[in-house]
Each structure stands twice: as structure tokens, then as C-alpha cells.
Design a protein around this ligand. Structure first.
Ligand SMILES: Nc1ncnc2c1ncn2[C@@H]1O[C@H](COP(=O)(O)OP(=O)(O)OP(=O)(O)O)[C@@H](O)[C@H]1O
Length: 604
């Protein structure tokens, strides 16, 4: 496991293939489309056939118009062929139908490509995130994953489609220019040079699009974070009268995204009109040149001019698409970087299978967040089978950090945690998670039924198991009082339950897997007396059969404990029975005094 791993620089991606480089795609963009090169190649072939049909059609149409204008029955020979007008029209119709059929296949391929890219990108992101170590997941700014999953994945889908469009437009351009070259090489070569010059003139504008788009990607994530906090902090917002200030912040971030979006659209949108202006100016200049030179060969010039005008449309499309691709690139780079970051922080999995989850031994365990923030220093202690261990200490002392280390969610920076002699890092994760459960301070329920919330996506848990766990967690009566019992649908985050009910439900979730080790992080700190005493009853019933490590904010639960760890300033200052601690530990005694419990425990 690589918990707590500092995020180093991400190695650059390997360069993309020559075709993708040719269309100016960044490595991140290339990575999106390379897996679908088969579909793209089919799309390319289909596009080429369609474009050749269209080019042939335009040549026939020009010839036919000139023949009709000159009162002739046959087309003036182009490329040595002379066709009767009737045959030319018939061929034209066939070419049109074929073009339509080919275009339909192209549209279907493009839609198929979009669907696959969306699915694959979502899957890639979800898998890499879920496989990342918990320390990386919990450091994720709220709303970012959501934004990555929606807007950023959409940009990837759009990129694949744009690449498809670019290939189609590019090959059409090639087909048109190719046909033009065959008919009138000199004229077409001139047009080709003009097109190339025009394309490169617009390069700075494309770079500007990319720069602004990078800003838009960042502001989009910031806005998503604010929106998700708006959902989570609704109650506080009302209570503290902070709605206006929050709204102000939200509006500021929103207007930044809108502003950036507008700038991207304007610069991107300018690409095409500027190009059109320059291109048509070039056409006019070309015609002026033909006029000045007194060119007479109208059949070939007419066909070439028509082909070139159509080529301009494709070149415009190429430019529009390349602008959109440039705007998407920063999003794809961010998406790609996040996936690689998650992957490089993947939670490792060991192969060792110890005999039991105990003894759980801490040997000189040190842990810190970042370089200079040591949260635990040289902590040594052992938890034996069936023991109920309490953990007390002032706020910020390192109790939750200790629980996270014991769960294997974080790795020590120094020292070792062993499970029946095996290093916790080398223990098989499935084996471990089957035997260890956790109750957080804040119960976290999701939108679903009571039963689904207790099962928590685990298979092999029967209805009877649910009832047993609910009974053990002292929440069965509350569940049975709900309109549909275990099938009652809970609102978002379990909204319709009280804090105590939610917490007991999360204890049932922990117990339903029949854990051998149960770690609870201040499970009663925010609860009323009745809920607290029900949870205390649960702990008393489990005592002896399940090993428990309980961070205790309320000292009333401590008289159940076999031994208590006192953590102060990141150090284990005492680890003894409650009776001994009353006599030997100053912090513990003071804590009992301030809770008015000195006599109760002292007299035991
Ligand atoms: N995710 C984190 N990133 C950086 N520092 C952290 C993080 N979590 C905790 N800390 C720091 O580590 C130290 C120990 O925190 P911890 O949450 O373990 O204390 P605690 O004893 O559980 O506190 P409390 O009783 O208030 O919950 C604190 O200084 C805290 O600021």
C-alpha cells in the first residue's frame, strides 16, 4: 500500500502515433482514441469512399452544366472521357445514393465510437479511483471526481468524435484535392499552397484557445467543489446565516467558469470566420489571376473551382474541429493525470493469511502527514484476542490516525504493525476486510433501503444475518417500526433517521460481516443518552467475542474496557487497565474528574 505517498511529478506520456500527431492531437488526446483505431480506420475508409463519390459527382455536375449551357448532348471530355448527358445524370444519381449510404455508416460508426469512449473512460476513472489507497481518496477535493466523471469524460467522448470528424474532413479534402490535381495540377497546387498558408496563419489563435481552455478546466473543478459543498453544508448555511456570503463565493466561481467558457467560445468561434474570410479572399485573388491571364479552358477550371470551393468547406471544418480539439486538450490532460495519479497510489495487496487478526501489535509506529507533521511517534502496544481497548486523549492527539493505521488504511512511516506476526502491509486485503469492521464517528448512509445500507454491497448476507446484526446493534426495534421495515427506502444520507438510529445502523453494517476485530472512532460522541447507552449495551454484549478498539470521546464507555491507551501529543503515554490508570495517569484522572466520574470508576 502506498498510503501517505507524496505526489511526485507524473512521468510524461509516450508520444502519439504519426497520424494522430499529424492532426495535432496531444498525447492525452491520442491515448483517448488509440484503443479505437480499428473503428477510426473503418470510418476513414468509409469517409474516403464517400468523398471520392462526391468529388466525382461534382465533376459530372460541372461538365453537365457546361454541356447544357453550350447546347451539347455530351460532356466536354474531362480526363479523356466524353459522356452523354443522360448517362452522366444517371451516374450522378447513383453516386449520390452511394454517398448517402456511406455517410449513414459513418454516422453510425461515430455514435458507436462515442458510446464506447464514454463507457470506457468512466470505467477507467472509477476503477483507478476505487483502487487508489484510501489516503489518496480522502484527500480528494469534494466535487472533483464528479466533475471528472461528467464534464471531463464528456470532453474525452467529444474528442473521439472530433477525431472522427477530422479524419472524415481530412480525407475528403485529400480526395477533392487529389481529383483537382488530376484535372488541373497547376491550379490545384496553387490552391493547396494557399490552404496550407491559411492554416498556419491561424496557429497562434489555436494556441490561445488552448491556454484559455486550461483556465476553464481549473475553474470548472473549483465551481464543482463549491456546488458539492453547498449540498453538504446546507444545515450550517442556514444556522450560521452564511447563505449570502456562500452565494457570493458561488457566484464568483460560477462567473469565472462562465467567463472562461465565453472566452474559449469566442476565440474558438473566430477560427472559422477568419479562415473563411482569408480563404474567399484567396479565391477572389485566384479568379482575378485567371481573368488577367485570360484562361479559356472553362471545363477544367469550372470543375476545379467547384472542387476547391467544396475543399474550402472541408478545410474550414478541419479548422473548427482542430479548435475544439485544442480546447479539449487541457481537460484530457487533467483527466489523464488524475487517472495516473490514482493508479500510482493504488492500494497494494499482500498474499499473507495470518491465523487470526490478533494479536495486533504496534512496534515503534511513527506516522506523519506531509514532511513535518508528525501525528504519532514511536507508538508501541499489543491488542490481544477478545480484548476491549479504549483510546483516549485530547483533540488532535492522534487517536483517529491510530485507528486508520490499525485498519490498514494508512501505512506507518517507521515501525511496524503486525497481525499474528505478519506485517499488516503483506496481509491479503480480502482476508483482512472479511474480518475487520469499522464504525466512523459520522454514520455514512447512502440512498437505498435499510437492508442495502446494512449489506453495503457485500454478497452472501442473508435476511436473517441482517436481523441478527440489527438486534446486536440495538436498532432492530427502530427498523421494524419503519413503514416497510428493512425494505424502507432511506432518503439521501439516511435523512429520515435520527443521528442515533443512523449510528446504530452503521454498527449493524459493521457487525453483519461477523468481524473478529471492530474498530470504532468515537461512535457515541454526537449522540443522545439513550442511543449512547444502547451502543454501550452492544459493546457489552460483544465484549469477549469480538476484539474491539474504541476511541472514546465520552468516558462513560470506558468502564467496559479491559485496557485503555492514553494518547497525548502523538505519543502513547499510558496503556493500562482503567483501575491502574486512575492511580497512575494524570490526563485520565483529570478527564474522569471533568466528566464527574472519578468515584464511579475509582471505587470499582
Ligand atoms: N488528513 C490529514 N491531513 C493532514 N493532517 C492531518 C490529517 N488528519 C489529521 N491530521 C493531523 O494529525 C494530527 C492528529 O489528528 P487525529 O485526527 O488523529 O487526532 P484525534 O486525536 O483523533 O483528534 P480528535 O479527537 O479531535 O478527532 C492532528 O494534528 C491533525 O491536524
Amino acid at each position: 500500500m502506498t498510503a501517505g505517498r507524496p505526489h511526485g511529478p507524473v512521468p510524461p506520456r509516450r508520444p502519439s502515433g504519426p497520424v494522430l500527431r499529424l492532426i495535432g492531437l496531444s498525447p492525452a488526446g491520442a491515448a483517448v482514441v488509440i484503443p479505437y483505431r480499428g473503428t477510426l480506420a473503418t470510418l476513414a475508409s468509409v469517409s474516403l469512399v464517400g468523398a471520392l463519390m462526391e468529388a466525382g459527382f461534382l465533376v459530372l455536375v460541372t461538365g453537365t452544366i457546361l454541356a447544357l449551357a453550350g447546347g451539347q448532348d455530351a460532356l466536354t471530355p474531362v480526363l479523356g472521357f466524353s459522356l452523354p448527358v443522360g448517362v452522366a445524370l444517371a451516374i450522378g444519381f447513383v453516386a449520390l445514393f452511394l454517398r448517402l449510404a456511406v455517410a449513414t455508416v459513418g454516422v453510425w460508426l461515430s455514435a458507436e465510437l462515442a458510446a464506447r469512449v464514454t463507457g470506457d473512460q468512466r470505467d477507467r476513472l472509477a476503477r483507478s479511483f476505487l483502487n487508489a489507497s484510501w489516503s489518496v481518496q480522502q484527500a480528494e477535493p469534494s466535487g472533483r471526481l464528479q466533475e471528472l466523471m461528467s464534464s471531463f469524460v464528456w470532453k474525452a467522448t467529444q474528442t473521439a468524435q472530433l477525431v472522427g470528424q477530422m479524419i472524415t474532413a481530412g480525407l475528403s479534402l485529400v480526395a477533392f484535392l487529389g481529383t483537382g490535381l488530376v484535372i488541373d495540377p497547376l491550379l490545384t497546387a496553387g490552391v493547396l499552397v494557399v490552404l496550407a498558408v491559411l492554416g498556419s496563419v491561424l496557429t497562434p489563435l489555436r494556441r490561445l484557445v488552448r491556454r484559455i481552455s486550461q483556465r476553464a478546466a481549473t475553474s470548472g473543478v473549483q465551481y464543482a467543489t463549491s456546488v458539492s459543498e453547498l449540498g453538504a453544508l446546507g444545515q450550517e448555511m442556514h444556522v450560521f446565516g452564511a447563505r449570502d456570503s456562500f452565494l457570493h463565493q458561488l457566484e464568483e466561481r460560477s462567473s469565472r467558469t462562465i467567463d472562461d467558457g465565453r472566452k474559449v467560445q469566442v476565440t474558438q468561434g473566430l477560427l472559422t470566420p477568419v479562415y473563411t474570410f482569408l480563404a474567399y479572399a484567396a479565391v477572389l485573388a485566384g479568379m482575378a489571376a485567371l481573368w488577367a491571364l485570360g484562361v479559356q479552358d472553362l471545363a477544367s477550371v469550372g470543375a476545379v473551382m467547384l472542387l476547391m470551393l467544396r475543399s474550402l468547406a472541408y478545410a474550414q471544418q478541419l479548422l473548427t474541429v482542430s479548435g475544439q480539439l485544442a480546447a479539449n486538450e487541457p481537460f484530457l490532460e487533467n483527466l489523464d493525470r488524475m487517472v495516473r495519479d490514482y493508479r500510482s497510489a493504488a492500494a497494494s495487496d499482500g498474499s499473507r493469511v495470518p491465523a487470526h487478526v490478533t494479536p495486533l501489535t504496534f512496534t515503534r509506529v511513527t506516522f506523519g502527514y506531509g514532511d513535518d507533521r508528525v501525528a504519532l511517534t514511536e507508538l508501541t502496544g499489543e491488542i490481544g484476542r477478545g480484548e476491549l481497548i479504549g483510546v483516549v486523549g485530547p483533540s488532535g492527539a492522534g487517536k483517529s490516525t491510530l485507528a486508520q493505521l490499525a485498519l490498514g488504511l494508512r501505512d506507518p512511516l517507521a515501525g511496524r504493525i503486525t497481525v499474528a506476526g505478519e506485517d499488516l502491509r503483506s496481509v491479503n486485503r480480502d482476508w483482512w476486510t472479511d474480518r475487520v469492521a469499522f464504525v466512523a464517528q459520522e454514520p455514512r448512509l447512502f440512498t437505498g433501503t435499510v437492508a442495502e445500507n446494512i449489506r453495503f454491497f457485500r454478497s452472501g448476507i442473508s435476511d436473517e444475518d441482517l436481523r441478527v446484526a440489527a438486534r446486536q446493534a440495538n436498532v432492530l426495534a427502530d427498523i421494524e417500526a419503519l413503514p416497510r421495515g428493512f425494505d424502507t427506502h432511506l432518503g439521501e444520507r439516511g435523512g429520515q433517521l435520527s443521528g442515533g438510529q443512523r449510528q446504530r445502523l452503521s454498527i449493524a453494517r459493521a457487525l453483519v460481516g461477523r468481524p473478529e476485530l471492530l474498530i470504532m472512532d468515537e461512535p457515541t460522541s454526537a449522540l443522545d443518552g439513550r442511543s449512547e447507552s444502547l451502543i454501550r449495551d452492544t459493546m457489552a454484549e460483544l465484549h469477549g467475542s469480538v476484539t474491539m478498539l474504541v476511541i472514546a470521546h465520552r468516558l462513560t464507555t470506558l468502564d467496559l474496557c479491559d485496557r485503555i491507551m492514553v494518547v497525548e501529543g502523538g505519543r502513547l503515554t499510558a496503556f493500562d487497565t482503567p483501575d491502574q490508570l486512575v492511580r497512575s495517569n494524570r490526563y485520565y484522572r483529570k478527564a474522569l474528574e471533568s466528566a464527574g466520574m472519578t468515584t464511579a470508576i475509582g471505587e470499582e
